[in-house]
Ligand binder design. Sequence first.
Ligand code: ZN
Length: 112
Amino acid sequence: MVEELKAVFDPRGGYWQAGGKFMPSIIAELGHVIEKHMQKIGLLRKPEMDEHRKALIDQKRSEYEAQQKQQDAFAKADYPQGAQLCLKCSTAAVVMMDGCMTCLNCGDSKCG
Ligand SMILES: [Zn+2]
């Protein structure tokens, strides 16, 4: 959720926050605030996913969604129906990919 909030980009442009930090939108700032808070209370670990991993997740996710579309054209959920709850990010986004249980939200995989 935090990443999604931060990714929101205000089409009117952003603004500079006190302290010289650029915020693309108020929603994005909200994401930063929540993230900071979660890091503070220890819910979220600081290291961000590297680009390679992000790209891998995107790829896996679109692959899976393409498969799902063929099977069920009416699926409306963000994550595939029948996805299991991820113990790492508490999102029902864990699906079987290439024989591995893989989380489409945080990229956690049983096969490393
Ligand atoms: Zn996860």
